[in-house]
Design a protein around this ligand. Structure first.
Ligand SMILES: Cc1ncc(COP(=O)(O)O)c(C=O)c1O
Length: 399
């Protein structure tokens, strides 16, 4: 009898999401009665706005109980086109839209449609945990493009790393985990870079509505005809409308690519939830003041957490232009002893913070950096203050 390996090479090389793992651990400790302050979650802490929930209830009562078209309901695809026109100034037809169960699956489909094993992608770092893992599933090689210490990304940095095997740039602005927003003039240079090398872009713009102060988001797809035709823009309802559990993401781009993504979706998940799609229509076409209100709160929390973190000896935190994360550099505390443990890495730091101080942060190693930790400030100002006081105590009082 032939003895087969249990796991495929693809499965054996996979890792669970580090952020989900830490968030789950923090939730478990909370359920057991611990007073954990969690900065781990990658989701807004607001409830989904009531008019969106009402649309879902209406859909249930009106009989939205069945499969929809695999690529999304006509109403939602139309709503996505209209939102894209208003938000990024690009006109897409409905055959250039696919709705999926979450933006993460939209990304998965975009990788599947564009990349073969052995192809290369350019991935600016620090990066969101799932990009290299999705690349790994498809046998795609990742070329790391380290950004500047303040997380600035430039077209020159990309130019320095290009190879003939690079087919796709994965761009994520505003970024998870850095919060950095690529300024419009640099986005234009990046569009020219794509064209110069004849490559594609997967532009993950899931945080596009969470941009603060002077920072401005423009989509690379809006910059030139070439960039529009060669960019798959990923977005969704999770972060903008506080709808992470509803699982609605979408992608827009060239009809040939979107069609290929649709074929794969139709053979895997079929369609996104019919009820959630009805809710998403209400989100995208309804009053957008709920988005502005959440943005305002995030901005206030960003200012608070940046101030409190920079007040801790050995912590250096940039004030990011978007998303709801900060990625402070804690490398100045490496080598110090805290609660009789020597801290040499972000993982050491986060383990001690959770176990001894009941503060959950995500170690930078998950995002490709060994100097930083990630804190999500999608939590109340009171929790932010409490968590930062504990971190200050951990770092300053235990030497
Ligand atoms: C950069 C980025 N892209 C995509 C996603 C996935 O969003 P969704 O919940 O719609 O799958 C996330 C969620 O954390 C994210 O941070």
């Amino acid at each position: 009898m032939v003895r087969h390996r249990i796991l495929s090479e693809r499965a054996a090389g996979g890792k669970p999401s580090a952020t989900l793992a830490i968030a789950a651990r923090a939730k478990k400790m909370q359920a057991e009665g611990a007073d954990v302050v969690s900065f781990a979650a990658g989701e807004p802490d607001f409830r989904t706005p009531p008019h969106i929930c009402d649309a879902a209830i209406k859909a249930v009562n009106a009989g939205a109980h069945f499969y929809t078209a695999s690529s999304g309901t006509p109403a939602l695809k139309k709503a996505v086109c209209e939102r894209m026109r208003q938000d990024i100034g690009v006109n897409y037809d409905t055959d250039q839209v696919i709705v999926s169960p979450g933006a993460k699956f939209s990304l998965f489909l975009a990788f599947a449609a564009l990349l073969d094993p052995g192809d290369e992608i350019l991935l600016p770092s620090p990066f969101w945990v799932s990009y290299p893992e999705i690349a790994n599933i498809f046998g795609v090689n990742v070329i790391d493009v380290p950004t500047a210490p303040n997380f600035t990304l430039t077209a020159e940095m990309l130019e320095a790393k290009i190879t003939p095997k690079v087919k796709v740039l994965v761009l994520n602005s505003p970024s998870n985990p850095t919060g950095a927003v690529v300024p419009p003039e640099e986005v234009r240079k990046i569009a020219a870079f794509l064209e110069r090398h004849g490559i594609f872009c997967i532009s993950d713009e899931i945080y596009s509505q969470l941009v603060f102060g002077d920072a401005r988001h423009i989509s690379v797809a809006s910059v030139s005809d070439y960039a529009r035709a060669h960019t798959v823009v990923i977005n969704g309802c999770s972060k903008t409308y506080s709808m992470t559990g509803w699982r609605i993401g979408y992608a827009v781009g060239d009809a040939l690519i979107i069609d290929a993504m649709g074929n794969i979706q139709s053979q895997s998940t079929s369609n996104a939830c019919a009820i959630a799609q009805a809710a998403a229509v209400a989100a995208l076409t309804g009053d957008q003041t709920c988005v502005a209100a959440m943005r305002q709160q995030f901005q206030e929390r960003r200012d608070l957490i940046v101030r409190l973190l920079n007040d801790i000896d050995g912590v250096h935190c940039h004030s990011p232009g978007g998303a709801f994360y900060v990625l402070p550099d804690i490398s100045a505390v490496f080598g110090r002893t805290m609660v009789r443990r020597q801290i040499n890495t972000p993982t050491d730091f986060c383990q001690l913070a959770l176990e001894a101080f009941e503060v959950a942060c995500v170690p930078g190693e998950a995002f490709g950096t060994d100097r930083h930790i990630r804190l999500s400030y999608a939590t109340s100002p009171a929790q932010i203050e409490k968590g930062c006081i504990r971190l200050k105590e951990m770092i300053e009082n235990n030497n």
